[in-house]
Design a protein around this ligand. Structure first.
Ligand code: GLN
Ligand code: ZN
Length: 745
């Protein structure tokens, strides 16, 4: 048996299939239209395809156990027996218990879903109770390893490492259970060794964020303990998404054979490595190919970095910076991309070739590299946009004084106390989706589609009037996705046909690619908003996606500072705001749900990010007059860490997810002296449950205690596109009644 690590590897590979085969099979299984055998055979086919692809590409260290029916953190929870009692006692078959944890059942809500570090992937948060008994359950990993071996392919099973697993978990101090959990990992390692597994990969990305000395020391102890096992596979500890910092010397104190460093997101890792002293007997797995973006690697720069590592370590292997889970599967499926753009792109399959090439080049030094790319085409540059960017002044990001704005807005809007509104979208019904599909397929012409959408807008306006809301929305029926919709209308963006990336479970997204200077060709939303406004005397909110969120959910160019790209998007939105204003729209909401998501993992990097993020939002929203009311909307996260940045956005009104956290955000805002409008969500729209009026009244009483009533808005936690009309009607009627009741007090 060979025990060398190999020259080249990937930390993981997309499991969804080129055509989202996994999504389709899993959803069919949930719907009851295929049985477990059919599901398992599709899954086995997808796994075999991935291993063959990697093997045929001559990648020489191939991962397994990276397949997942839902999420790799959930898989690790199952592998260590961390199945909460509330699911175990349902008495379901193993796969159905697994899906119950992922999706919930009637009687049990699912595990919490949250963002995976600073990516748009979501994992299921393990629940660790004091009575959780960890037990080794390596069946899945053993099964995948054996499946690949039957194909003649040797693989390296991958798990989330024990320290990261507990740092991601919730419960009563889960990290205190590390020693226990390490025993279970030891049992898994032993079982794998007995099955002939030569190498195992344990992912510890939690250590690229700021960690306490105690947490770093615990990491050291955990890997010393695992390293000292007499019968075990060789251990590769993978880290990614940034600089490992002080955790690198800690890992070097342990007997692990290989350590993976992200040299794309964490260039500082090179200096750390140089400072670390002797690396004898150690393999460094150098993450040189970006696993999170879709640009081709600068191979010459990568070789230089690889050579530096080679000068320090006994053995270097080339890898992707993180799992390829975060990029689409295969560029060759794209037939409509501009060839000049396609020539610059690498999806997962192409990145494997880059890794293999780099591995070879580092070993023999004679590999011929492809010619560097020609400069970007002139057509991708917009001199006018660049000119505007260069001429920006601080005043362009500054609105008038808030008290003056507030008074002018109230003069114009004449809203009652505790005004009611919604976040933007109304239910995306099957009919709407069908109309969109028919339009895309050419079965419904532009005029037919537009009239179908206008009818929907009218319907939504009438409903809101009937239910008594104060500030109305048009319902966003024309939008496929809040980023894609704008990407399709802006220069500098490209859409893919098959560029799917897993977001969570069976959900996939197709992020646009920002490749050139961003410019607005024409107004993007004005027609819809003014049509909606023409139907009612109540104010209709214009609805835009903010620059930070547009960037967070796209693949962004790397040939200029991200702050410049954000400002280019902001300028397009600024023009859109002005056009909405001129067309008579008095309230404009600019959504920034991703503001917290892309916050850098280390404190030291956060200020620079928040500076450009806030600056871009203000650039987008500061071009309007004092009497135009700017709203923003934030969700999907806890916002405590970015509370001062939220204030700095200077929006007149901020609607924010709050119903699950019981309005705590209001105390955070009060603590920093926030004094503008705020709409803490009083209805958790992530659940089909209709909140009773009394519950919203109670939430509003809590809110009024923290914020003066004249600054308080009443709204749901987020848009309503995933809800059904019966739920929406009942809940919004309760919401309006609750506002009226609290107003009367
Ligand atoms: N305006 C968007 C909607 O209502 C906001 C979505 C979001 O915050 N994710 O759908
Ligand atoms: Zn939201």
């Amino acid at each position: 048996m060979t025990t060398a690590f190999g020259q080249s590897t990937v930390l993981g590979y997309p499991r969804i299939g080129v055509d989202r085969e996994l999504k389709k099979a899993v959803e069919a299984y949930w719907a009851g239209t295929i049985d477990v055998d059919a599901l398992e055979s599709t899954a086995a086919g997808l796994r075999a395809q991935v291993w063959r692809t990697l093997h045929d590409a001559r990648l020489d260290a191939i991962p397994s156990n990276t397949f997942s029916y839902y999420d790799q953190v959930l898989d690790t929870a199952v592998a260590v027996g961390a199945i909460p009692t509330r699911f175990a006692r349902l008495g379901l078959p193993a796969l159905d218990t697994y899906f119950a944890m992922a999706r919930g059942v009637d009687t049990e809500p699912a595990l919490e879903l949250t963002k995976w570090f600073d990516t748009n992937y979501h994992y299921l948060v393990p629940e660790i109770a004091p009575d959780t008994v960890f037990t080794a359950n390596p069946a899945k990993a053993l099964g995948e390893h054996a499946e690949a071996r039957d194909l003649g392919i040797t693989t390296r099973p991958v798990f989330i490492g024990p320290a990261t697993f507990l740092l991601l978990a919730k419960g009563d101090d889960p990290f205190a259970r590390l020693d226990d959990l390490v025993d279970t990992y030891a049992a898994i390692l032993t079982a794998l060794a007995e099955a002939g597994v030569a190498w195992i990969q344990l992912d510890e990305p939690a250590y690229v964020a700021d960690r306490t000395p105690a947490e770093i020391d615990a990491l050291r102890r955990a890997y010393i303990r695992l390293g000292e096992l007499t019968h075990r596979p060789r251990i590769f500890v993978a880290t990614y998404f940034g600089d490992l910092g002080a955790a690198l010397p800690a890992l070097l104190d342990t007997p692990v054979e290989a350590i993976g460093l992200d040299l794309v997101a964490g260039p500082g890792n090179l200096d750390r490595l140089a400072a670390a002293g002797p690396l004898a007997g150690r393999t460094i797995v150098a993450g040189l190919v970006d696993g999170r973006n879709i640009w081709r690697t600068d191979l010459r720069a990568a070789i230089a970095a690889g050579a530096t590592v080679a000068g320090l370590a006994d053995h270097v292997a080339v890898a992707t910076s993180c799992s390829l889970l975060h990029v689409p599967v295969d560029l060759s499926a794209e037939t409509r991309l501009d060839p000049r753009l396609a020539a610059r792109l690498a999806f997962a399959r192409q990145k494997v070739d880059e890794v293999v090439l780099l591995g070879r080049a580092l070993r023999d030094g004679t590999t011929v590299l492809p010619a560097p790319l020609p400069p970007t085409p002139a057509a991708w540059h917009h001199d006018s946009v660049r000119g505007r960017l260069a001429a920006l002044r601080p005043a362009d990001r500054q609105r008038g004084d808030y008290p003056v704005r507030a008074a002018r807005q109230q003069d114009r809007l004449r809203l009652p106390q505790l005004p009611t509104t919604t976040i933007g979208s109304f239910p995306q019904t099957t009919e709407l989706r069908k109309a969109r599909a028919a339009h895309r397929a050419g079965r419904l012409d532009d005029a037919g589609y537009a009239s179908r959408m206008r009818a929907e807008v009218e319907h939504v306006i009438r409903l809101q009037e009937r239910w008594g809301l104060d500030v109305l929305v048009h319902g966003e029926p024309e939008r496929n996705d809040m980023v894609q919709y704008f990407g399709e209308q802006l220069d500098g963006f490209a859409a893919t046909e098959h560029g799917w990336v897993q977001s969570y479970g069976s959900r996939c997204v197709r992020p646009p690619i920002i490749y050139g200077d961003v410019a607005r060709r024409a107004p993007m939303t004005v027609e819809w908003s003014t049509y909606a406004q023409s139907l009612t005397s109540k104010p209709v909110k214009g609805m835009l996606t903010g620059p930070v969120t547009i960037l967070a959910w796209s693949f962004v160019r790397t040939d200029q500072p991200v702050a410049d790209t954000a400002d280019q998007v902001a300028l397009a939105l600024r023009d859109e705001c002005r056009d909405l204003e001129s067309a008579g729209i008095r309230v404009i909401q600019v959504d920034e749900p991703a503001l917290r998501e892309t916050l850098p993992l280390r404190k030291a990097d956060q200020k620079a990010y928040l500076d450009w993020a806030v600056g871009a939002f203000r650039l987008a929203t500061s071009g309007v007059a004092d009497d135009t009311q700017i709203h923003t909307h934030l969700c999907y996260s806890e916002f405590g860490e970015v509370i001062t940045a939220i204030d700095a956005l200077d929006a007149d009104v901020t609607s924010i997810e709050a119903s699950r956290s019981k309005m705590e955000i209001l105390d955070d805002l009060a603590a920093i002296g926030y004094r503008r409008g705020v709409g803490p969500g009083v209805w958790d729209i992530h659940s089909p449950r209709v909140p009773p009026r009394e519950e919203m009244v109670e939430a509003l009483h809590r809110a009024v205690a923290a914020v003066p009533a004249r600054r308080l808005w009443v709204n749901p936690d987020c848009g309503l596109k995933t809800r059904s009309y019966p739920e929406v009607e009942a809940s919004l009627r309760h919401l309006v009644a609750a506002a009226a009741e609290v107003r009367g007090h």
